[in-house]
Design a protein around this ligand. Structure first.
Ligand code: ZN
Length: 322
């Protein structure tokens, strides 16, 4: 059974674009049981994507809360229109069906005084990233840069600190992917839940701002948390290139590094399907069985594969949700 830390099927569906990766009709065959389905309010696309292998994209402009809330309402509607079950308990993940965690990627739709958070929870929200790669009322995300450190800006605002505490109380998972390093350490200090990066990789192997330094990985281990390995080729390859002709062994390489450093209990999948360019041979969720075979060939035994594919996510969800 596969549980995955991140996909952008909801936005892709809202925008009327063709599904590239999360073909739900292939779920049963691929043993895909769902995972985190992001609600993401997009920034305007940059006029020019990076051409050079070394790049430093500017931080996109903030999105006003009212505007973000309006788009988020549309995203929620799309989410509920998908042929999936809303996941609010680890028991909701079962072979033969797809369960979806309602995940807010960037907290822009929330009022800074958190007045709407209880209503969001009541509607099924069980995971949120304080930020996408931009600034908001709560924190600041990393701009997309390579090679570069994730230490790119200030930490959490007072509102951001209050949001982390309230998420802990409600049992909403706080996702660290996209957050800058100062913000990461603020959450590490404040949060009572296991630390989670739903879709990030090892900075030691691919020096993108989106990846985690060794010290960040160690903190995730110490909290009992988990890292969802991101399949985006730009966050896998040591040259940072956005090149889909990339072997599946690049995904295994990051899993080996992270498991080697912090242990197999802290490694999972966080594909970024339908939100990023991934190895072409994967062919979306249909490629999970092939990916698992590549992990086996890379030295992961049955128990390790069970942990990576679903047991680590289930443990962390069980310790985070109420
Ligand atoms: Zn993302």
């Amino acid at each position: 059974m596969i549980i995955d830390g991140h996909n952008d099927l909801v936005l892709r569906t809202l925008e009327g674009e063709e599904v590239r990766h999360v073909h739900l009709d292939k779920a049963a065959e691929a043993d895909f049981a769902g995972g985190f389905f992001a609600l993401f309010v997009p920034s305007p696309k940059p006029a020019k994507p990076p051409e050079s292998l070394h790049y430093a994209m500017p931080l996109p402009d903030p999105i006003p809360q009212e505007e973000a809330a309006r788009v988020a309402a549309e995203l929620v509607e799309v989410f509920h229109s998908l042929p999936v079950e809303l996941a609010t308990s680890p028991d909701d993940f079962r072979p033969g069906r797809v369960a979806a965690i309602l995940h807010l990627e960037g907290a822009e739709p929330l009022a800074a005084d958190l007045s709407g958070l209880d209503e969001w929870y009541a509607r099924g929200l069980r995971s949120l990233g304080l930020v996408w790669s931009r600034a908001n009322a709560f924190a600041e995300g990393v701009p997309f840069r390579f090679p570069a450190s994730p230490d790119t800006g200030p930490g959490l605002t007072a509102e951001g600190e209050a949001l982390v505490r309230r998420c802990n109380e409600l049992g909403i998972l706080v996702d660290l992917s996209h957050l800058n390093e100062a913000g990461f350490w603020d959450v590490a200090r404040l949060s009572s839940a296991p630390l989670v990066a739903t879709h990030s990789n090892a900075h030691a192997l691919c020096a993108s701002t989106r990846n985690l330094t060794d010290a960040q990985l160690d903190a995730i281990r110490d909290s009992g948390g988990v890292v969802g390995i991101n399949f985006a080729v730009a966050f896998l390859r040591s040259d940072g290139a956005n090149e889909e002709d990339t072997p599946l062994t690049e995904i295994v390489r990051h899993a080996q590094y992270i498991a080697g450093r912090i242990g197999i209990d802290h490694v999972a999948f966080g594909s970024d399907f339908d939100g990023a360019d991934v190895p072409a041979e994967l062919d979306g969720i249909a490629g999970f069985p092939k990916l698992v075979e590549t992990f086996r060939a890379g030295g992961f035994d049955d128990e390790a594969i069970e942990k990576i594919t679903h047991r680590n996510w289930l443990r962390v969800l069980g310790e985070t949700w109420r």
